[in-house]
Write a protein that binds this ligand. Structure first.
Ligand code: 5GP
Length: 201
């Protein structure tokens, strides 16, 4: 991974609004692309294989683990597994674009430790607000929402381990904050020669 190109990792508890903020980020900052993760969780209504996720069977996921295809992978609630495919990150870099990862906390910490140039942004929200969003979203069973909320309580205590923390109690303000951080990190990551050529810094 070239040292001049950051990898942005958006993390935080389920229901924090990571997906919405990433959507806004892509509209606001050019040249970014989200790496499509692999998962064994069932597809939700409206999700498309290869767009939201690569939806794999348990056997297919295990085969990819054995092949070393994942930069990181985790077991998540209800025994579902999620993983970042090395091939996605390489494809995005080959296209000369900047990679954005949306990961739960353990995966985000692993990428932060192992990928030079990674920039982690933790999206925080209060537990009652998380619960309200998960119930409104209604994509999980009541039992799984409970599991996700329990996990969220412990995850919120880990926020300080990441480079940046953005509170998402006002989505427009949070989106502006995330975009500003990304633009700032991108500007700082340019080589001195590129900086003077761009004339913007
Ligand atoms: P969901 O089932 O709501 O799509 O995702 C559940 C959680 O898994 C979210 O917090 C999401 O950010 C995380 N996640 C998605 N893909 C990956 C991945 O490749 N690796 C890790 N560690 N977490 C992921």
């Amino acid at each position: 991974m070239p040292a001049t190109r950051p990898v942005f990792v958006i993390t935080g508890p389920s229901g924090a609004g990571k997906g919405t903020l990433i959507k806004g980020l892509l509209e606001h900052v050019p040249g970014l692309e989200v790496a499509v993760s692999a998962t064994t969780r069932p597809r939700r209504r409206g999700e498309v294989d290869g767009r939201e996720y690569w939806f794999l069977t348990d056997g297919e996921f295990t085969r990819k683990v054995d092949e070393g295809a994942f930069l990181e992978w985790v077991p998540y609630v209800s025994g579902r597994r999620y993983g970042t495919l090395r091939s996605e990150i390489e494809r995005i870099a080959d296209d000369d674009r900047t990679c954005v990862l949306e990961l739960e906390l353990d995966g985000a910490l692993r990428v932060q430790d192992e990928v030079p140039g990674s920039v982690t942004i933790f999206i925080a929200a209060d537990v009652p607000e998380l619960e309200r969003r998960l119930r409104d979203r209604a994509t999980e069973s009541t039992g799984e929402i409970g599991e996700r909320i329990e996990l969220a309580r412990t995850q919120l205590e880990q926020a300080h381990r990441f480079r940046y923390v953005v509170r998402n109690d006002d989505v427009e303000r949070a989106a502006a904050g995330v975009a500003a951080l990304v633009e700032c990190e991108l500007a700082l990551s340019l080589k001195p020669a590129q900086r003077s050529r761009s004339g913007r810094l």
